[in-house]
Write a protein that binds this ligand. Structure first.
Ligand code: 4AD
Ligand code: MG
Length: 430
C-alpha cells in the first residue's frame, strides 16, 4: 500500500490508507489505545481497538513513546469532534524509529533549555506554525517582487569590504588576505541595478552585533531591492506596497497558524498603504512631548522607536535622518545637506525598525568625499566608484530584515523563534 499524508485524509473517508509520522501523544484506556500522530502536514488521532491489530517491529505498547516514528494502516472515518474531521481505525502499527525519554515534555521549560534542544523544539506545533508563517512570508516577498519585474540576483557572501560601517563585520582569513562575511549585499545590488534595472537579493547577512536584544541576530536574512532611476519618494511607495502585500498574504494563507499561536489579527488587518511619514525632526518633537528628549543628531533607540510607533495604527516611516548618523552612500537632501534621503520603516506594536532604505549618492566626487570622511579606502571601493564613472543615474533601494518581519507578523517576543536555528551573541549551537 502506498503512503498518504495526513492533510489529504479528509478526501479519503471510507478508504484504507497508510500514513507515517511521529507520535505526539499516546494514551491507553483498557484495551483501547489512542495515538496522536503528526507527519508535518497535519495531526490525526489513530484509534487502536481490540486485539485484531498487527504490531510490526515491537511487542509492548510501552515502546510507543513521545516522538516515536511509526506507520499506521487503517480505515479513515469521519469524526466531527476532531479538528481535521477524521480519525483512523488502525489495523496495523509498524515501529520505524524508537524514541524513549524524549527530553521535551508538555510543561514549561526555560528558554535556555529549549534553545539547547532547538533541533527537537522545532517539532512542537507552535514552532512549526512559526516556520510555516516564515515560509509564507518568503514566498510573498518573492512573489511580489517577481511579479513586478524585479530580477533576483545574488551578491557574494564573502566580501572585501564593509557596506554598512566597519564595526559589525565578521572577519575571515581568505587564503592569507582579510575578507568579511557580507553584512548587506547593497553595493553589489547597485551594480546589478545598472545592469538589469530593477533587482533584488534575498539571502543571509551577518553582523557581529554585540547587542543582546530581542531584535538582533548575528546571522539574518535580508531582502534587498535596488532600482535604477528611482528616487526617494518612489522608494517609499515600493516599501509600503511590499509590506501591505506580505501581510495580506499571510492573513489569507496562515489564518489557522496565526490563531493557534495566539496572534491578534486586528492590528494586521489595519496594515494598508499609504503608511504615515514623519521626519526625524518631527520625531524628535513628538519625543520631546513625551518627555523623551534626545539631542539633534543622536540615533533613536528602541524605546524611542516604540513610543513613536505607538502613535500610529500602521507602520510608520521616519525620514530625513542626520547625515552623520547614516551610512556613507546615502544621498543628501538637496535643500538641507545635513540630512539624507533615507527612511526607516517602524513596525507597530513595539517591533521597531523592519526596513531601512535610501536614495544613493550618484555623483562621483561627493561619494569620494564621503569615503574619505568615513575613513574608507578609495582603492577597496574602486569598483563601486566605477558605477559613478560609467553612466551613473539616481537610484534607490532598501533592505527588509526577514526575522524582524516574522517576529512582528507572528507577534513573537523574540527573534530567536523566527528562524530554525537562530545565531545570537551567545549561541552558535546546535
Ligand atoms: O538598516 P540596515 O542596516 O540597512 C542596510 O543594510 C542597507 N544596506 C539595506 C539596503 O538599503 N539595501 O538593515 C536593514 C534591515 C533592518 O531594517 C532590520 O530589519 C534588519 O535589516 N536587521 C537585522 N535583523 C536582525 N538582526 C540584526 N542584527 C539586524 N540588523 C539589521
Ligand atoms: Mg537601519
Amino acid at each position: 500500500m502506498s503512503n498518504t499524508y495526513i492533510k489529504s485524509l479528509p478526501e479519503q473517508i471510507g478508504q484504507t490508507v497508510r500514513i507515517q509520522g511521529w507520535v505526539t501523544h499516546f494514551r491507553s484506556s483498557g484495551k483501547i489505545h489512542f495515538i496522536i500522530l503528526r507527519d508535518g502536514t497535519g495531526v490525526v488521532q489513530c484509534v487502536v481497538a481490540g486485539t485484531g491489530v498487527s504490531q510490526v517491529g515491537f511487542s509492548q505498547w510501552e515502546e510507543i513513546g513521545t516522538e516515536t516514528a511509526i506507520s499506521v494502516e487503517g480505515l479513515v472515518r469521519a469524526d466531527p469532534r476532531s479538528p481535521m474531521g477524521v480519525e483512523i481505525s488502525a489495523t496495523e502499527i509498524g515501529l520505524q524509529g524508537q524514541s524513549l525519554d524524549y527530553p521535551i515534555a508538555p510543561k514549561e521549560h526555560g528558554t535556555d533549555f529549549l534553545m539547547a534542544h532547538r533541533h527537537l523544539w522545532i517539532r512542537s506545533p507552535r514552532q512549526a506554525s512559526i516556520l510555516r508563517i516564515r515560509a509564507t512570508i518568503v514566498r510573498a516577498i518573492r512573489g511580489f517582487l517577481d511579479s513586478h519585474g524585479f530580477i533576483v540576483a545574488d551578491p557574494p557572501i564573502l566580501t572585501p569590504a564593509a557596506a554598512e560601517g566597519t564595526t559589525t563585520l565578521f572577519g575571515i582569513d581568505y587564503f592569507g588576505d582579510p575578507a568579511y562575511l557580507s553584512q548587506s549585499g547593497q553595493l553589489y545590488m547597485e551594480a546589478l541595478a545598472m545592469a538589469l534595472g530593477r533587482v533584488y537579493s534575498f539571502g543571509p547577512t551577518f553582523r557581529a552585533e554585540k547587542s543582546k536584544t530581542r531584535r538582533h541576530l548575528t546571522e539574518f536574512w535580508m531582502v534587498e531591492p535596488e532600482m535604477a532611476f528611482v528616487e526617494f519618494e518612489e522608494n517609499l511607495r515600493w516599501q509600503e506596497q511590499l509590506v501591505e502585500f506580505v501581510v495580506a498574504q499571510v492573513l489569507g494563507e496562515c489564518g489557522d497558524d496565526l490563531l493557534s499561536i495566539g496572534r491578534d489579527l486586528a492590528p494586521l488587518r489595519r496594515v494598508k498603504a499609504p503608511f504615515p511619514r514623519i521626519t526625524y525632526d518631527q520625531a524628535l518633537g513628538r519625543l520631546a512631548d513625551l518627555n523623551m528628549e534626545i539631542p539633534w543628531g543622536e540615533d533613536l533607540g528602541a524605546p524611542h522607536e516604540t513610543a513613536l510607533a505607538e502613535q500610529f495604527d500602521r507602520p510608520v516611516f521616519i525620514t530625513h535622518f542626520p547625515t552623520k548618523l547614516k551610512a556613507f552612500y546615502m544621498q543628501p537632501d538637496a535643500l538641507r545637506p545635513e540630512v539624507v534621503l533615507a527612511a526607516d520603516l517602524l513596525a507597530p506594536e513595539g517591533y521597531g525598525e523592519i526596513v531601512g532604505g535610501s536614495q544613493r549618492i550618484h555623483e562621483l566626487s561627493l561619494l569620494e568625499d564621503r569615503l574619505t570622511e568615513h575613513q574608507l579606502s578609495p582603492e577597496v571601493y574602486s569598483w563601486y566608484l566605477d558605477l559613478r564613472r560609467y553612466g551613473s543615474v539616481p537610484h534607490s533601494g532598501f533592505g527588509m530584515g526577514l526575522e524582524r518581519v516574522v517576529a512582528w507578523i507572528a507577534g513573537l517576543d523574540h527573534v530567536r523563534e523566527t528562524t530554525a536555528f537562530a545565531r545570537t551573541l551567545n549561541r552558535v549551537w546546535p
